[in-house]
Design a protein around this ligand. Structure first.
Ligand code: SF4
Length: 308
């Protein structure tokens, strides 16, 4: 616990322990940490970190500044096995799960790197990987964040591509952080085409589970919707989205696709995006167009790859 509360990088820093105890601990243990391999700063202030893990693999985290709010987007796996077609992380395939301490080390490492008077205020688990396919380590990390790093569950968001049993388990195990569902389509055909996980847990199964989640009264489920030109951005899609979300306390984040070299999809034009938003809003759903921060350094949604 002291390691986390003090953000200690060496056992010598934990001066609350006696000298003999520190010497003993140094003989049998060490404090793990990440090495910053690269740090890119976007025109809008967003910072993308490339970290090296102990075994040589690399992961990325993104720090997003919005006024007083400092949000860190952390990774839960090295790569990702989900194969979402619009996502750059998916292209590198899956290497391994992160350990709980490697997830939290991203927070500690960035906390030490920013100005001393600033503090990370929010955590989003939307970096590399599908958090719920690494359930044990991710929930271990959530415990550390909430109990030892003093981050309120209301300031933690966990995003999933739609691992239904683990999503339900998360809440029955008492981890009622903010849920975000990466939805991205309004028909099973389209969703299965761009997100293979839909063949296992289709829209009906996923949205039924969302209706059952014991979300506190004043909170909502965020649905992330990456808008892909001519794939999921039509007026019919917007109307279907309203019907799909009936009975769910929902908020929709529209994310116009962030293009990258070799991407198979295009970003819709601004008029299409605004029209989509207007139709959804007419269905009395809170719908926002997500400001894509860090696009110039490939730090925006779906652009993390951990290349050096
Ligand atoms: S969008 Fe998320 S779940 Fe899908 S491949 Fe990318 S990192 Fe994995």
């Amino acid at each position: 616990m002291r390691i986390y509360t003090k953000k200690a990088v060496s056992i010598d820093e934990i001066t609350e322990f006696s000298l003999p105890l520190r010497e003993h601990l140094k003989g049998i243990s060490f404090i793990s940490g990440l090495r910053i391999v690269n740090r890119l700063v976007s025109n809008d202030g967003t910072r993308k970190y490339l970290f090296a893990l102990g075994d040589g693999h690399t992961i990325e985290s993104v720090l997003i500044e919005d006024g007083e709010r400092l949000t860190l987007c952390v990774s839960s796996q090295v790569g990702c096995a989900m194969g979402c077609k619009f996502c750059l992380t998916a292209r590198g395939g899956f290497k391994r799960n992160l350990k709980a301490h490697e997830i939290c080390d991203q927070i500690l490492c960035v906390s030490r790197d920013i100005e001393p008077e600033r503090k990370i205020t929010n955590i989003v688990m939307m970096g590399m990987g599908e958090p719920l396919s690494n359930y044990k380590e991710v929930t271990g990390a959530l415990k550390i964040m909430m109990e030892w790093l003093n981050i309120s569950k209301r300031r933690i968001t966990l995003s999933t591509a739609g691992f239904v049993p683990e999503l339900e388990r998360l809440y029955s195990d008492g981890f009622n952080v903010n849920p975000a569902i990466s939805l991205n389509a309004t028909t099973d055909d389209t969703r299965s085409m761009i997100m293979p996980v839909n063949k296992r847990y289709n829209l009906k199964t996923l949205l039924s589970a969302c209706r059952r989640l014991p979300i506190p009264e004043r909170r909502r489920i965020t649905f992330e919707y990456v808008l892909l030109k001519d794939i999921n951005d039509s007026a019919e899609d917007a109307a279907r989205l309203i019907r799909l979300l009936k009975g769910v306390r929902a908020k929709v984040n529209l994310i116009p696709f962030n293009e990258y070299d070799g991407a198979h999809f295009k970003r819709p034009d601004d008029t299409t995006v605004l029209e989509f938003q207007e139709i959804v809003a007419r269905g009395h759903i809170s719908v926002f167009i997500r400001k894509s921060k860090g696009r110039d350094i490939l730090a925006a949604c779906g652009q993390l790859r951990a290349s050096n």
